[in-house]
Design a protein around this ligand. Structure first.
Ligand code: CDP
Length: 220
């Protein structure tokens, strides 16, 4: 299978870029952040319980799959409810738990095992798919990332406060980059793409061209 991985901080545009690139390449798309958000949603629904073996077993037993930008957990479709500020505020805490990371890493590998995929997240090039064909680290300034998230929420008629969003992004960046297991960082062989001032199409085109170059090299 061919895998293109896109890692990067909150709001760097991974989701739109990964979806657009997958379409252009004819690949499927997995947003692993949505799997962590799904677990965060289950944790909130369960009343924020202790992270115990009982909770891990409950998550592990659930069947996870993806459909476009939605995820399906035991037949239930989740999409907009994954991207609320409430989920955003707890997801990094949930994603820090080693047992949860192991479960989601295994489920992610299982989801992508029989198709070509563009896979996005924080640790895809470093931990989940270290042998991927092309690894991208997508990043942008905090202000630009907050602006994008703000517009995304407004477009969906969700509640949005710019200061709140900046703070949420900074907090998540700091937890994600400093955690002991699978911290957010570029893989040694990743290509870093800074997206400040670039349009979505520009970024997709740039990565698409990198992919074509790699294919040419691989064919020769
Ligand atoms: O879209 P956005 O950049 O806001 O984040 P996301 O991709 O939906 O991921 C939400 C959170 O899940 C991140 O802030 C990380 O804490 C966690 N995550 C992770 O730890 N590892 C991944 N591979 C993907 C997400």
């Amino acid at each position: 299978m061919i895998y293109v991985t896109i890692d990067g901080p909150a709001g760097s545009g991974k989701s739109s870029v990964a979806a657009g690139l997958a379409k252009k390449l004819g690949f499927k798309h997995l947003n692993t952040g949505n799997l962590y958000r799904g677990v965060a949603l289950l944790w909130l629904k369960a009343g924020r319980p202790e992270f115990s073996q009982e909770f891990f077993d409950m998550i592990d037993k659930k069947h996870f799959s993806v459909l476009d930008s939605a995820i399906i957990m035991n037949g239930e479709v989740h999409e907009d409810d994954l991207r609320t500020l409430e989920v955003g505020k707890v997801v990094s805490k949930v994603a820090e738990v080693p047992e949860i990371r192991k479960i989601i890493t295994d489920k992610s590998r299982d989801i992508v095992k029989s198709d070509n995929f563009v896979v996005e997240g924080r640790d895809i090039g470093t931990v989940v798919l270290p042998d991927a064909f092309l690894k991208i680290f997508l990043t942008a300034s905090v202000e630009e990332r907050a602006e994008r998230r703000y517009k995304e929420l407004i477009a969906k008629n969700s509640k949005a406060d710019f200061e709140d969003i900046i703070n949420e992004i900074k907090t998540r960046d700091s937890i994600d980059s400093s955690r002991e297991i699978a911290p957010l960082k570029p893989a040694l062989d990743a290509v870093t793409v800074l997206t400040d001032g670039l349009s979505l199409d520009d970024v997709i085109e740039k990565i698409y061209n990198l992919y074509r170059e790699r294919i040419k090299i691989a064919e020769n």
